[in-house]
Write a protein that binds this ligand. Sequence first.
Ligand code: PSZ
Length: 283
Amino acid sequence: MIYFMNGQFTDQEGCTISIDDRGYYFGDGVYEVVKVYNGELYTAEEHFNRLVESAEKVKMVLPYSKEELIGIASELVKANQIETGHIYIQATRGVSPRTHQFPEIPVTPVVTAYAINNPRPLKNIEEGVRVKIVDDVRWLRCDIKSLNLLGNVLAKQEAFEAGCAEALFVRDGIVMEGSSSNVFGIKNGTVYTHPATNLILNGITRRVVMKLCEELAIPFVEKEFTPIEALSMDEFFLTSTTAEITPIVSIDGHPIGNGQPGTVTKQLQEAFARQIPVPVKAN
Ligand code: PSZ
């Protein structure tokens, strides 16, 4: 496997991280995951724009332009012969003796990345998943795709221990998002999701779903809803770069609708599948 680290394409042995890396001490950095379909980066512009925005929000200056970052990601896809999979890329603030404030002597962010083959999670996409409600105890800048993921990690673990695939974050009585996904409810044909505020990540797949709803003339509303309202939805689903559009069939053990993936959800899944790059068949 070929990795990228600070300007070099190298094997894992070539990637040595300093103990004084601020990513290691503080989770002081930002990241992205970009899906690869048929050897092509999917919605790369959107993901790298968001990486640059996340960096700006935490006052980091990335050592590469968006175009250079896309070049690095493409190179990794090629070098690792990725067909269906994803690339992971992160930038930490850099290496400096541990102090909370930024290093006095400016340091260059440490950029690392890898590419991995990873099949689409078709079983979950077809059958749906169960979710568990978890208190959202994260900070107030969930719009930043930051390396600080302890709140997300603990929530996902709690969900897993309850036999669920995802945690549904609730803050002040409002459904926010998943621990690594955005969530959507459907009631009487209208799709509802939390507005893109500082309290959720504005997912790239979320934006794709908004666009698909527009194309399919499915009403789409960014509006807060409560867990009680969530339970009374006809359908529910989550989205992420790797999970795509995954139906949610139960919340805290209560079935949504008839406990099967819903029809509007399936319509969106089909529209999603149509717009991802597919292998060109011989003949
Ligand atoms: O492979 C994985 O498990 C992935 S790839 C992307 C995610 C998980 N999660 C992204 C994410 C997130 O971490 C939070 C807190 N909210 C929403 C999302 C969805 O964002 P996109 O659609 O951009 O991946």
